[in-house]
Design a protein around this ligand. Structure first.
Ligand code: AMP
Ligand code: MG
Length: 403
């Protein structure tokens, strides 16, 4: 049985980034940069005033208030040629280029127009050279890497790309995901379950997780534990980049998923991972011509499905989208109660992490009743990570996966 790390490594080996296309930056939200974005010029491209005021020679004000001649008025977007010489200054607006000769901006609030001569101004503050001026290249130098390949495009990056890349960007296309919920006992969410039946919570939950992770979802609904029904649904699902099946991957007599996947040309890469919950996880791939489909068989219990998606499917999705992997574990949570993992598998236990003023980050394992207990997860924002056969005491630091 593979460890979590081995399973992730195997998934990484088979999940290669999808083809790229060019689009508007705003449509690339959640995608990843395929190349470094390099600054083509200094930013700002000219020395720029950061305030409304007067562009001056700082040394003119060294001896206290000075009465200067106003030789120009410079608005943002205007190019200027008037040179500032000792004894002169220019009215300047925020964002306007500094006139040659001037080295600082005195704030308009600290000036008085000469009542007898509108071409003169009394400046009542002293300024040091560079005051209120953003120097050319002060934000970015030509040739500097602004966004690294693999970084995720958030609204901030959309703004940067709009400024520096004409609002266009090349990204990997979004993966498509098909979702099949297997089980003779399942009815859809809007149906009333008969005795022995349950509503399909995995299908919609996995759909929501896949959408949130930036995939296009093809919901194939509930499929009975019958070979022909499964074969039909699998062959439809194999048209996507990723196929997820929930249920039917354990050792029950009706757990037909692994054998039916094999019968439909899906090569098994691993079955079972040393983890709780989620042990029966199945992973494989089908290559047909130039189309590769990654296939995940997730255990049917809702929390097992959720944990396996978070750990394994999300990792595959990130790689298909070319996103640099963020570290899975967040370290440094102070455990609020004792916890014992008697089992021989690492446990990812639903927990509530919080950060309190003066107390740092704490984590409280919830009163969770096991893999079928999805309701308790409404209070969870993390999975606390516990090593096998280990006793933990309140006050110890542990790592967690944020969900
Ligand atoms: P299985 O992995 O098919 O053996 O299912 C394990 C448990 O998860 C059983 O109790 C199932 O009834 C339950 N289960 C399977 N599929 C779903 C689903 N789509 N939604 C909610 N529970 C499910
Ligand atoms: Mg089943």
């Amino acid at each position: 049985m593979h460890s979590v790390e081995e399973a992730l490594e195997l998934i990484g080996k088979h999940a290669t980034p999808l083809p790229t296309y060019e689009c508007d930056a705003v449509d690339a939200l959640g995608s990843a940069m395929t190349h470094d974005l390099i600054s083509e010029q200094d930013s700002p491209a000219f020395d720029k005033s950061m305030m409304d005021g007067y562009a001056v020679i700082a040394a003119d004000l060294d001896d206290g208030p000075a009465n200067l001649e106003v030789v120009d008025e410079i608005a943002a977007g205007v190019t200027t040629v008037e040179v500032i010489r000792p004894g002169t200054c220019a009215r300047i607006m925020t964002g306007a280029p500094m006139p040659p000769g001037a080295d600082a901006v005195a704030l308009v609030e600290n000036t008085q127009i000469d009542s007898e001569n509108v071409h003169r101004v009394m400046i009542t503050e002293t300024v040091s050279p560079g005051k209120n001026v953003l120097k050319r290249g002060g934000l970015l130098k030509e040739g500097q890497v602004v966004l690294a390949a693999g970084s995720v495009i958030r609204p901030i990056e959309v703004g940067i790309l709009s400024d520096m890349s004409k609002g266009r960007v090349t990204v990997h296309r979004s993966p498509s995901i098909s979702i099949i919920s297997t089980g003779d006992e399942l009815v859809s969410a809007h149906e009333e379950p008969a005795p022995g039946q349950i509503r399909n919570s995995n299908g919609p939950m996995l759909e929501a997780m896949a959408s949130e992770a930036g995939a296009t979802v093809n919901q194939l609904g509930i499929v009975r534990d019958k070979r022909q029904d499964l074969a039909d649904a699998i062959s439809q699902g194999l048209e996507s980049d990723i196929l997820i099946l929930s249920g039917g991957v354990s050792s029950g007599v009706l757990d037909l998923v692994p054998s039916e996947l094999a019968a439909n040309g899906v090569e098994q890469i691993f079955h079972k991972v040393c983890i709780k919950p989620g042990k029966p996880l199945w992973f494989g791939k089908r290559v047909s011509g130039d189309k590769t489909t990654l296939v995940f068989g997730l255990p049917g219990n809702p929390v097992s499905s959720l944990v396996c998606f978070h750990l394994f499917v999300r990792s595959a999705l990130n790689q298909l989208k070319g996103r640099a992997e963020a570290p899975l574990y967040v370290p440094g949570f102070l455990l609020t109660r004792d916890f014992v993992n008697h089992g021989d598998r690492p446990v990812y236990f639903p927990a509530m992490a919080c950060r309190k003023e003066g107390a740092g980050a704490t984590i409280s394992p919830l009163d969770w009743k096991g893999s079928a207990d999805l309701a308790t997860l409404a209070k969870a924002n993390a999975l606390a990570s516990f090593a096998p056969n280990t006793k933990y005491e309140a006050g110890q630091f542990i790592s967690a996966i944020m969900i």
